[in-house]
Design a protein around this ligand. Structure first.
Ligand code: GLU
Length: 318
């Protein structure tokens, strides 16, 4: 078993990150697997070294360790996405060699109009306007294009560890999607597929917000010829009292806030384990004990509401 932590260093580690990281760690340790730390810093505007340093410090303080990564090395490096651009370029070349890549000149306004009003969880379906455009038509567009992959007309199905049977028809549910953006950045879908494939990942545990990315990633890995089959487990998100996801951008509760308010790591892990249904009684729990109690069958599909301020959360531990 090989699984990974794949943080984007765009903010401090918050409770939502700890929740998924803890579950990934428990799942891997219970199975005696290898954990890889991969830094997902392709968003060069928002990623900061300072956040990556903080992430590693905070994870280690919580006891959430890894076996391969930028600091410890390993046979599948480099473990930082910014050092893997050559691999993403090669992957696009490979897809282009199969005739599956084409430039797209659609403006953001057009894409939004085609997609209609956004619904929660819905993906905008691309209508394929730039597919099959002639060279002459392409030349009329005087701007850098994004690159899309033409998706196969097939149904991708898999069994999710928490959300059960999933079925996606990429042509109908998503359409051709971007693998290289017009601003020069590689797309998340491409980078993560190349890395999960090339790093021999067998288990992915992450937030359910990425459930609808999975079909695209499975399709890309197949097209690129990776042999590893991944078992996916998507887990509910931590949300505030209004149902909004705790996120770095919303100034969610960082683990540093909790430490500053007097909590220790076992209280933080115990709190999450209790809220997430891994243990029946609230309290302090160490990782060793939580490994014994870990079972994906205990994880519900519904999001977990965290509606108190950090200081109040700590009082509930005592
Ligand atoms: N880097 C992504 C994030 O921090 C996670 C990607 C993944 O697990 O596939 O949200």
């Amino acid at each position: 078993m090989r699984s990974r932590f794949a943080p984007s260093p765009t903010g401090y580690l918050h409770l939502g990150n700890v929740w998924t990281a803890m579950l990934g760690w428990l799942q891997t340790k219970k199975a005696g697997g290898i954990l890889v730390l991969r830094v997902e810093d392709i968003d060069e505007q928002r990623s900061k070294t300072e956040y990556m340093t903080a992430f590693t410090e905070d994870m280690l303080r919580l006891g959430l360790t890894w076996d391969e990564g930028p600091d410890v090395g390993g046979p599948y490096g480099p473990y930082i996405q910014r050092e893997r651009y050559g691999r993403y370029h090669e992957a696009i070349e490979r897809l282009a060699g199969m005739g599956l890549i084409y430039p797209c000149y659609c403006s953001r306004a057009r894409l939004q109009a085609v997609a209609g009003a956004p619904h929660d969880g819905d993906m905008p379906v691309y209508d394929g306007r730039c597919y099959g455009m002639s060279e002459a038509e392409r030349e009329k567009n005087n701007k850098p294009p994004s690159l899309r992959v033409h998706v196969p007309d097939c149904v991708i199905s898999y069994q999710d560890g928490v959300y059960g049977e999933q079925c996606e028809n990429l042509r109908r549910d998503c359409g051709d999607f971007v693998v290289h953006r017009a601003d020069g950045m590689y797309a998340y879908q491409l980078a993560v597929s190349v890395d999960d494939g090339a790093m021999g990942i067998t288990h992915v545990l992450r937030g359910r917000d990425l459930l609808n990315s999975t079909g695209r990633q499975i399709a890309l890995m197949r097209l690129l010829g990776y042999k590893n089959r991944i078992e996916y487990t998507h887990v509910p998100l931590l949300v505030d009292s209004e149902g909004r996801r705790l996120s770095k951008r919303q100034h969610g509760m960082t683990v540093r806030d909790l430490w500053a308010a007097g909590a220790d790591s076992q209280q933080i892990l115990g709190y999450l384990a209790y809220k997430g249904g891994l243990v029946d009684t609230p309290g302090r729990y160490g990782l060793g004990e939580l490994v014994q109690r870990f079972d994906t069958a205990k994880i519900a599909c519904t999001d977990i509401s965290i509606d108190a301020a950090p200081a109040d959360i700590i009082k509930t531990f005592i």
